[in-house]
Design a protein around this ligand. Structure first.
Ligand code: FAD
Ligand code: DHB
Length: 391
């Protein structure tokens, strides 16, 4: 098989890239190791930045999002039983975010790709990227038990943190930057209308909690739990009781309980691989970088990477100049590090580290008070949350 761009992975990065290239008249083949149902049901991110919303609209992939997505103009910070709302449009010149789940973004992009785009092969596992530093890179893959080779002009590794693409960058040229956190998130989906109309980020002595949502009738909630926690070890009524404690306010706000339909634990990690390009192999999304989930940057970063790649390749096709492709890694990394910084700041602002000292506890509260009393501090948070510009 032969194509212009071989895309490994049909998560948000790979699927959106295939769509952007299709719209630019560039052919691609997407290889995805899992089956369609698995990709469409994998519960992950829920918040789209303004820039991501704009890109999905421009790509002609926003019809259902515009009908069913929930525009959010702010979040609530909760600490010491107090509530403080951060108003995004007022602080950022009109920017907001959209609640629309990653599962739905993927479903919409898969349907479009199968209807209008190039080949999207499920249960096609990439085994290795070869010849990345030549003019004809190849992806070796296995589809329906048979090994095959995809010959490409470019390969884009959109295969997430555990994929194979990153391994094709020689160790001598790679640099990685990493931090793990001694806690994770226990996430639940519950069939109950969200108890607040905006997301609530709660700081509490017992640990962080987040109230989010998927639809007007489905809540998504998270609890900070120790690293290595087994989700099944938490009984549903204990999860609700712990959420109630952490969201408690002085003004008597109530959390509505409902049947829990899913629970899982997500580990927390910050990770960046530099560079994001080796020869004709480009890395995008979680294949190149991971952020801890606080602040919902992961999916949005992946979108920024593939927009940058699609623009750069289109420019090369139109002008013959590889200038933007050559700048790909540096362009993406500028935004990646801003998101790393933002996610780290949000994580350390709101979580209780198991070894935190009393001094650090007080500093955390001082940082929260500062956000609640300074427009400058709040503006910084609002700009980061609604998103940094694509490169
Ligand atoms: P992925 O979505 O990981 O997609 C990679 C795709 O490549 C997958 O479909 C995988 O099956 C496929 N693949 C892997 N290896 C191969 C191979 N060898 N051959 C072919 N295909 C392959 N972000 C938030 O903002 N909020 C959250 O609440 C949140 N929760 C998360 C929970 C979990 C458990 C994880 C892992 C991530 C979470 N994230 C969250 C991060 C966010 O979901 C990711 O940043 C986003 O999915 C990145 O998209 P991607 O396309 O780069 O990678
Ligand atoms: C969600 C996840 C996040 O990490 C976040 O900061 C906000 C919302 C969510 O899954 O809904």
């Amino acid at each position: 098989m032969r194509t212009t761009v071989g895309i490994i992975g049909a998560g948000p990065a790979g699927l959106l890239l295939a769509r952007l290239l299709h719209n630019a008249g560039i052919d691609s083949v997407v290889l995805e190791s899992r089956d369609r149902a698995y990709v469409e049901q994998r519960q992950r991110a829920g918040i789209l930045e303004q820039g991501t919303v704009d890109v999905l609209r421009a790509a002609g992939a926003s019809e259902r999002m515009d009908r069913e997505g929930l525009r959010h103009d702010g979040i609530e910070l909760r600490y010491a039983k107090k509530r403080h709302r951060v108003d995004f449009p007022a602080l950022t010149g009109g920017r907001s975010v959209m609640v629309y789940a990653q599962t739905e973004v993927c479903k919409d992009l898969i349907a479009l790709q199968l209807k209008e785009g190039g080949p999207l092969l499920f249960e096609a596992e990439a085994l290795a990227v070869e010849g990345a530093d030549t003019d004809s890179p190849r992806v070796r893959f296995r589809h329906e038990g048979v090994e095959d080779v995809l010959e490409c002009d470019y390969v884009v590794g959109c295969d997430g943190f555990w994929g194979v693409a990153r391994k094709a960058v020689p160790a001598a040229l790679s640099r990685t930057f990493e931090r793990t956190y001694p806690f994770g998130w226990l996430g639940i989906l519950a069939d109950v209308p969200p108890s607040h109309d905006e997301l609530v980020y709660a700081h509490h002595d017992r640990g962080f909690a987040l109230l989010s949502m998927r639809t007007p009738s489905v809540s998504r909630l998270y609890l900070q739990v120790p690293e290595g926690t087994d989700a099944e070890a938490w009984r549903d009524e204990d999860i609700w009781a712990e959420l109630e404690r952490r969201f408690e306010t002085a003004d008597g706000w109530r959390l509505q309980r409902g049947p829990i339909t899913q629970k899982s634990v997500t580990p927390m990690r910050s990770y960046v691989h530099e560079p994001m390009r080796h020869g004709r192999l480009f890395l995008a999304g979680d294949a190149a970088h991971i952020v801890p989930p606080t602040g919902a940057k992961g999916l949005n970063l992946a979108v920024g990477d593939v927009v940058t790649f699609a623009r750069a390749l289109t420019y090369e096709k139109e002008t013959g100049s590889a200038e933007l492709l050559d700048a790909y890694s540096a362009t993406c990394l500028g935004r990646v590090w801003q998101a790393e910084r933002f996610s780290y700041d949000m994580t350390t602002l709101l979580h209780r580290a198991p070894d935190a000292t009393a001094f650090e506890d007080r500093l955390q509260l001082a940082r929260l008070e500062r956000l609640a009393s300074s427009r400058a501090a709040e503006t910084d948070l609002a700009e980061g949350y609604t998103g940094f510009p694509f490169g």
